[in-house]
Design a protein around this ligand. Structure first.
Ligand code: NAD
Length: 452
């Protein structure tokens, strides 16, 4: 099979852009396409549109080496490449079901561009889509607009993405596995060969499935991880009602059972980000639509919706009514290593504090700009940790950034008006705070913990 040297990527968000720079760094010539002209202009100048480790460096390297270029022209991208990856967004509609309009628009544009191309082309859907989307929607739309038959003049694969924001480029360099859902054998063979070339130096399991199975695998994967998080948060809720009990020790112990594993067992303020919450909701709606049972996933979602508000409840338990009082919010990104605030617990917590009349001062090492755009003058923006906690009556740990882990009880005592800490991510040793006489509450920590 011929070596594939040119690919296009449609949709330059977290998934598309990281994939583009990664493939370019492997010597593939990548043409990135987006409908957002401002984004194309910025990326072409080497300015990343979000924060991710190594992204800026690899973006500029790709541009310099001529392996990476950006355009809003589908026709240019498709006529100059042999594989097109589709990584457009798949958000939720008001009713919680998946909105496939970006996928449909992208499929229409691909179809129109394919009509003008004379050679075989492979289309690979990488966005998260509910089972049946590739076979019934993408395939039919592309056939209609290209007037070309799938499996003959062009190929179709579903290749779900499993990267984690914050370690996206690392994840791409050694994925745990690659799933190739294929419309026909030829399509799967081409994509498998492409990945074997990219990962020639590492052993990566490649699983070949039907299109619908590949679509389902992505949902099953995210639903399982979200379930683990809501499971440990439900255990944490019970631990909080038990004298001397600590969910961190419970999680450590059960995580040693190899059937359970320690990952995704950190109790906290719930999961956020663009995927888990959206995918669980889409799965619930899809299960209802096909008359399958959604109750486990409904519970996972409900537990997660309650979890962030615990930070506000603990704050009030420590200091009483928050009205007119300065509350420090440490961490805004939905997790460390990213500036993504989509579905971040911080936003629900800030909204609740503002509703109750608190003076909210916030700090995050990378996500300040995005929060500023949402809240403007409603919040006070600190430029570092100490400025954030200075004069505050309660500090809430919302994201587990490493720099927050270094704050000692003495520092809180020195800078805050009255030190009271809500450890929403279990980054501190409770005993240090008890010994220092600092008011401290944490997710999953039983009452009278210090007396055990
Ligand atoms: P995003 O919203 O960050 O980016 C989507 C991009 O697509 C935007 O730049 C938008 O302008 C562009 N776009 C929309 N319609 C277009 C069109 N018709 N033609 C060209 N470009 C178009 O989305 P994301 O976070 O990168 O996610 C993309 C997909 O991957 C989603 O289905 C998501 O569920 C899935 N996914 C995301 C992650 C993640 O960590 N973010 C991980 C795995 C899978």
């Amino acid at each position: 099979m011929m070596k594939i040297k040119n690919v296009s990527i449609i949709g330059l968000g977290y998934v598309g852009l990281t994939m583009a720079v990664f493939l370019a760094s492997k010597g593939v010539r990548v043409i990135g396409v987006d409908v957002d002209k401002e984004k194309i202009e910025k990326l072409s100048r080497g300015i990343p549109t979000f924060y991710e480790e190594k992204l800026e460096y690899l973006l500029n390297e790709g541009i310099r080496e001529n392996t990476l270029e950006f355009t809003d022209s589908y026709e240019y991208a498709i006529s100059n490449t042999s594989i097109t990856f589709v990584t457009v967004g798949t958000p939720l509609r008001e009713d919680g079901s998946i909105d496939l309009s970006y996928i449909e628009e992208a499929s229409t544009s691909i179809g129109k561009a394919l009509k003008k191309k004379n050679s075989y082309h492979l289309v690979v859907i990488r966005s998260t889509v509910i089972p049946g989307t590739c076979l019934y929607s993408v395939k039919n739309i592309i056939e209609e607009f290209s007037r070309k038959k799938a499996g003959i003049e062009w190929g179709l694969c579903m290749n779900p993405e499993f990267l984690k924001e914050g370690s996206a480029l690392r994840d791409l360099s050694k994925p745990a596995r690659i799933i190739i859902g294929e419309y026909d054998k030829k399509s799967g063979d081409i994509l498998e060969e492409f990945y074997r070339q990219i990962y020639s130096d590492v052993e990566i399991p490649i699983l070949r499935t039907s299109l619908s199975t590949a679509e389902m695998i992505k949902y099953a994967n995210n639903a399982f991880l979200a379930t683990k998080i809501s499971f440990i948060n439900s255990i944490a809720d019970i631990c909080e009602k038990i004298e001397g009990c600590d969910v961190v020790e419970v999680a450590k112990a059960i995580g040693l059972d190899f059937r359970i594993s320690p990952l995704f067992l950190r109790a906290g303020l719930g999961y956020g980000g663009s995927c888990f919450s959206k995918d669980i909701k889409a799965l619930i709606e899809f299960a209802k639509e096909v008359e399958a049972c959604p109750i486990l996933f409904e519970s996972v979602d409900q537990v997660n919706q309650r979890q962030p508000l615990k930070a506000v409840k603990f704050c009030e338990q420590l200091i009483g009514n928050v009205k007119g009082r300065r509350i420090a919010v440490l961490g805004l990104a939905f997790k460390p290593g990213t500036d993504d605030i989509r579905e971040a617990p911080s936003l629900k917590i800030i909204n609740e504090l503002l509703k109750r009349g608190a003076n909210v001062v916030v700090y995050d090492p990378v996500a300040m700009e995005k929060v500023k755009r949402l809240y403007g003058e409603e919040l006070v923006y600190a430029s570092n940790v100490l400025e954030c906690i200075a004069g505050a009556e309660c500090a809430l740990i919302i994201t587990e950034w490493n720099e927050f882990k270094k704050i000692t009880p003495q520092i809180f005592k020195e800078y805050m008006r009255t030190p009271a800490i809500v450890d929403g991510r279990r980054i501190f040793n409770p005993e240090d705070f008890m010994k220092a006489g600092v008011k401290y509450m944490a997710i999953g920590l039983g009452f009278n913990y210090s007396t055990r």
